[in-house]
Ligand binder design. Structure first.
Ligand code: R5P
Length: 267
């Protein structure tokens, strides 16, 4: 692997082989998402516990201090909205010049396997890989399911993840599924990170799926709403970090979370 590519991946995937990305890119199709109305305020107490941010160029330029000591994964697909016709009809919205100018450690874009726009999004992925590989910039494919949350099952996720890797993604982001998640990871020849999805009913649910996903081979998470939309975002991010980087079980993470929110462990 070329030095530049390896160096960028090393910034994102830590020495223990694990990775914890904090996504704040939701506004690109949802507008001012709850608890993300002012991204700078949302990330302020959280950023120290994440390995990298995931965001668009607009939020990067306007809401993130260039002196920040964290790498970022830049979302470069979009041009759709929740009130538009079809969320799967994304285009590539950021040029390779911008990606280099803004110093992204990686870029990400969504692929929509099994939709009317499957071919378009997969062709976009291939084009982006071609451009980014020229400059040693890794592409993370986001295996999106749009509004069809029932697609979060192993057969579909394994198919989408493998196709994304075959087309050249260096990292694949996919949803977790309770049954046979190992099928998704085992069938994908590049590292897999888990997306969070809509806010869960309890924090323990989140700790459970993060723990199980890691046990089954995921290298980490790209998890947003189940951190910054929760009642205790700092406790939440610290507990999740402990599962990823300190080998905590879900129960140990829950204990840490409870200690933090009751003030028994320093905030
Ligand atoms: C979609 O809006 C983005 O790609 C998010 O980065 C991704 O869905 C992960 O965020 P969350 O954990 O909130 O689902």
């Amino acid at each position: 692997m070329d030095w530049g590519m390896q160096n960028r991946l090393n910034k994102l995937i830590q020495k223990d082989g694990k990775a914890f990305f904090l996504p704040i890119d939701h506004g690109y199709f949802q507008g001012p998402t709850r608890c993300l109305e002012k991204p700078a305020e949302t990330i302020k107490p959280l950023i120290q516990y994440a390995d990298a941010l995931m965001l668009t160029r607009g939020v990067l330029r306007n809401c993130v201090d260039p002196a920040i000591d964290k790498p970022f994964v830049m979302r470069v697909s979009g041009a759709v909205s929740v009130v538009g016709e079809d969320l799967a009809n994304e285009s590539l919205v950021t040029s390779i010049n911008e990606i280099i100018r803004l110093n992204a450690s990686a870029v990400s874009m969504s692929v929509f396997v099994g939709t009317k726009y499957e071919n378009k999004s997969l062709t976009n992925l291939s084009k982006l890989v071609d451009q980014c590989e020229n400059y040693g910039i890794p592409v993370m494919a986001v295996c999106a399911v749009g509004k069809e949350l029932e697609k979060r099952e192993a057969r579909y996720l394994a198919l989408a993840a493998r196709i994304a890797a075959e087309l050249g993604a260096r990292v694949v982001k996919t949803y977790y599924c309770a049954e046979r998640f190992e099928k998704v990871v085992d069938g994908c020849p590049v590292p897999v990170v888990i997306a969070g999805g809509p806010k869960a009913d309890t924090q323990r649910e989140v700790f459970d799926f993060v723990y199980d996903g890691i046990q089954k081979g995921a290298i980490g998470v790209n998890l947003g709403r189940n951190i910054w939309q929760t009642e205790h975002p700092v406790a939440s991010i610290r507990a999740i970090r402990a599962i990823i980087h300190d080998a905590f079980t879900a129960k140990e993470a829950e204990d840490l979370y409870n200690q933090i929110i009751t003030g028994k462990t320093q905030q």
